[in-house]
Design a protein around this ligand. Structure first.
Ligand SMILES: Cc1cc2nc3c(=O)[nH]c(=O)nc-3n(C[C@H](O)[C@H](O)[C@H](O)COP(=O)(O)OP(=O)(O)OC[C@H]3O[C@@H](n4cnc5c(N)ncnc54)[C@H](O)[C@@H]3O)c2cc1C
Length: 373
């Protein structure tokens, strides 16, 4: 087979690039995907009860970039959806990110009032203040108590479960981000554009890949076919260390085990996701109907159990945000530089970088715009 481009992986990175190359450059693309479906980790499907579920964990689309929102409009209509997350803290379900409603629910009235007033006086209203910022820059005992409370009850145990690392062992950028949101806005995201693809993510990908210049080969590791295919250039969206046969050692990831549970109940929980920082072995539960808006009898939800990643046994989901692993990644990046005329490395696994969907789409579009063709 003869093509212009061989693309490894049919997730957002590979599919956006395939779509652009076919529709704008009118060149032939072969996507080789080792799974039995397109859409990468955004893949959704109907379960045996007829409910649309996300096989690799809940995916909610959100972006502040009009260009990304507009680009994706070509392939789907959006259902307006504002995700909400509650976290179980001291036995109560309170909004996450922790906001004024959370502290009002948890503390005695007079104390909640005092904390709110102090937060607004010091930082203003409708702002997110990282708890580390509060701990490092204020001597006020009430505000220090609050920041410490959120750190211990919302962040510390969740982080231990999620990463099997203490917060201080993660890159400071992770800990520094955890905010108190001085607001009564209970939405998890504040982005301008938020929603779910009307017919689901897989349907979005089908539309994206329908150009006749794009062929997709499923159930195939690219190594099985790379020698048989004549191609000018490759775009690789798999794990960069595997491409280079782990010459510098393995890049570690966190994986997840998903437990899908079907219930006869019309609705299982009050909002899309409930976080359990302190209870249970799972980190969170998400009920799909609340995300997709599907009307059906019964409901399906998912429990997420963080796991260590073991090559060929489970799936690498999250690059681990530690400087020593970034340093290891940079060794692979140096290898990638040497072959950049022939192979481009794009996406979450190829760049060892956590990307949200909008970020990976934006990045793939930037890579496309810079192609020297
Ligand atoms: C649990 C979870 C929840 C998430 N929730 C959200 C969310 O709510 N909102 C959001 O914006 N983002 C979310 N994300 C992030 C989102 O999944 C990523 O942004 C997106 O998947 C990145 O796309 P990608 O193409 O880089 O990688 P992927 O989707 O992983 O695609 C890479 C593809 O390459 C294939 N591949 C790898 N190696 C080979 C090989 N050797 N041969 C052939 N094929 C190969 C893989 O099978 C895979 O399909 C979430 C991620 C996780 C893990």
């Amino acid at each position: 087979m003869k093509v212009d481009w061989l693309i490894v992986g049919a997730g957002f990175a590979g599919s956006v690039l395939a779509e652009r190359i076919a529709s704008q450059l009118h060149q032939k693309v072969l996507i080789v995907e080792k799974r039995n479906h397109i859409a990468g980790n955004a893949y959704d499907e109907f379960d045996e009860h007829g409910l649309l579920v996300h096989r690799y964990g809940p995916h909610i689309f959100h972006t502040n970039a009009p260009a990304i929102w507009q680009y994706l409009q070509q392939f789907t209509q959006w259902r307006s959806y504002y995700h909400q997350v509650l976290g179980v803290v001291d036995g109560q379900q309170v909004p996450i990110p922790f906001n004024i409603n959370s502290l009002t629910a948890l503390f005695p009235h007079y104390y909640a009032e005092r904390l709110t007033q102090k937060l607004i006086e010091k930082y203003g209203f409708n702002v997110k203040v990282p708890i580390l910022n509060i701990l490092e820059n204020t001597q006020d005992p009430d505000l220090r108590f609050l920041a410490d409370y959120v750190y211990r009850n919302v962040f510390e145990q969740y982080t231990l479960k999620q990463w099997q690392l203490k917060p201080e062992d993660l890159a400071p950028s992770v800990t520094a981000r955890v905010p108190i949101y001085i607001s009564r806005d209970n939405r998890y995201f504040q982005d301008t554009y938020q929603g779910m693809p009307q017919a689901g993510y897989t349907a979005l990908f089908q539309k994206m890949l329908e150009n006749p210049l794009i062929k997709v080969l499923l159930n195939t590791d690219y190594r099985e076919v790379a020698d048989e295919i004549q191609y000018k250039r490759m775009i690789f969206t798999g794990e960069i260390d595997s491409y280079f046969s782990y010459v510098h050692g393995k890049l570690p990831y966190r994986s997840l085990n998903f437990n899908f549970i079907h219930t006869q109940q019309e609705q299982f929980q009050s909002v899309g996701t409930i976080n359990y920082p302190n209870e249970y072995q799972y980190t969170r539960t998400t009920e799909f109907k609340l995300l997709t808006g599907q009307r059906a009898y019964g409901s399906t939800y998912i429990e997420e159990y963080p796991q260590p990643y073991v090559i060929d046994e489970n799936i690498p989901y999250y690059p681990i945000p530690k400087e020593e692993y970034r340093a290891l990644y940079r060794k692979y990046l140096a290898e990638a530089e040497k072959i950049k005329q022939k192979v481009l490395f794009v996406g979450r696994l190829a760049e060892y970088q956590y990307y949200n969907m909008d970020q990976v789409v934006a990045h793939a579009l930037t890579v496309f715009n810079k192609l020297d063709v």
